[in-house]
Design a binder for this molecule. Structure first.
Ligand code: UFG
Length: 346
């Protein structure tokens, strides 16, 4: 799909985005705005920020509040829903599984019921590479067995199943699920980026350590069966992931459905390699310490992303770990200067 084709398909379409104030959601909302979509973000702001929503309307609401959700969907009359809102931390999901089944599975059910009541039949769903667990073959393709090793992955797998069952039962309902690998980086124009109160993701932790916001970066596990003993992940730039969403929602609007796509580049980097790139990009030799394994972490997750490239014509523009870390670093520095100026004004 060319950029012009995408614009022709998406222009004027009404997209309801749950979790649009969050990290990935806000980048997709911005990209939808740039193609001329009408967007309504529905977000409870538990981890997202109102100021991260740079396009369209905003409704502060919770997927657990069915009446509120129904009213928002009825009022907006969307052509399609993109469902980001979720809890996303592997480690936390091991300690607090019910939060994950509530937010990621039960709330998805609420959303599907509300969509059904309002006659909205298209959903693009944020799934995860965590549904694969420890895959037998790397890179892993979409036909691999789903065997999550943490409640986060299991909660998303259950929602994928819900979607598949509903699509089989109801010909008016179509969905696409995108299985994200490790999303990182920030908007190349540095308008938005990741902004969590307690970030746990590797690249963000490394950069905040470089800025002195954490005393050291811990490497969780150096005895994995990988070349350097640390976990390997496929890091994908958030702007490329946003482009994948545009292609996928356009596909749904054109009649596609019941599809699942991996979103990654097809090559992995170890934790140690990421740390090295973070040190090069920042020019800061921040403290790093070995620590025990973190519960729920698979050793290696790398995507076979051939399917999305051929089916939707997705072509990544930022396939470079240095570029991912560089945009994230620009964003982290912007967050610091923003905090400084708020502090000075206050
Ligand atoms: N890590 C560290 N130190 C840290 C943070 C992370 O060593 O301070 C390690 C982790 O143990 C893991 C790797 O860096 O081996 C990546 O960890 P992240 O927390 O950055 O990301 P995850 O792989 O746990 O999870 C992410 C998303 C999930 C998604 C998954 C798919 O949060 O939503 O990638 O690969 F499912």
């Amino acid at each position: 799909m060319t950029e012009q084709n995408l614009k022709d398909i998406l222009w004027g379409k009404r997209i309801f985005v749950t979790g649009g104030a969050g990290y990935i959601g806000s980048h997709v909302v911005l990209a939808l705005g740039e193609t001329g979509c009408e967007v309504m973000t529905f977000d409870n702001l538990s981890t997202g920020h109102r100021h991260a929503v740079l396009h369209g309307d905003f409704c502060r609401g919770d997927l657990a509040e069915r009446e509120q959700l129904l009213a928002a969907i009825k009022g907006f009359r969307p052509d399609a829903v993109i469902h980001f809102a979720a809890a996303i931390e592997v480690g936390e999901s091991v300690a607090n599984p019910l939060k994950y089944y509530r937010n990621n599975t039960a709330n998805a059910l609420n959303l599907l019921e509300a969509m059904g009541e309002c006659g909205v039949g298209l959903m693009l769903f944020s799934s995860t590479a965590a549904v694969y667990g420890n895959p037998e073959r790397i890179p892993v393709d979409e036909s691999a067995q789903l065997a999550p090793i943490n409640p986060y992955g299991a909660s998303k797998m259950m929602t994928e199943r819900l979607l598949a069952d509903l699509a089989s039962a109801d010909s008016a309902f179509r969905y696409t699920a995108l299985r994200y690998f490790n999303v990182a980086g920030a908007d190349p124009m540095v308008r938005i980026g990741q902004d969590y109160a307690n970030p746990t993701h590797l690249i963000t932790r490394a950069l905040k350590t470089a800025l002195g916001q954490f005393p050291k970066l811990e490497i969780f596990g150096s005895d994995y069966p990988t070349a350097d003993g640390t976990c390997i992940r496929d890091y994908i730039h958030v702007a490329d992931l946003a482009a994948a969403h545009l292609a996928a929602v356009a596909g749904l609007l054109l009649g596609r459905g019941a599809e699942v796509f991996n979103c990654g580049y097809g090559h992995g980097f170890s934790v140690r390699e990421v740390v090295e790139v973070a040190k090069q990009v920042t020019g800061i030799d921040f403290p790093v310490e070995m620590a025990p394994r973190r519960a729920g972490d698979p050793a290696e997750l790398v995507a076979d992303s051939q399917r999305i490239r051929s089916a939707l014509g997705w072509q990544p523009q930022y396939d470079s770990l240095t570029e991912i870390v560089r945009t994230a670093w620009e964003w982290e520095k912007k967050l610091v200067s923003r905090a400084d100026s708020v502090h000075e004004q206050g």
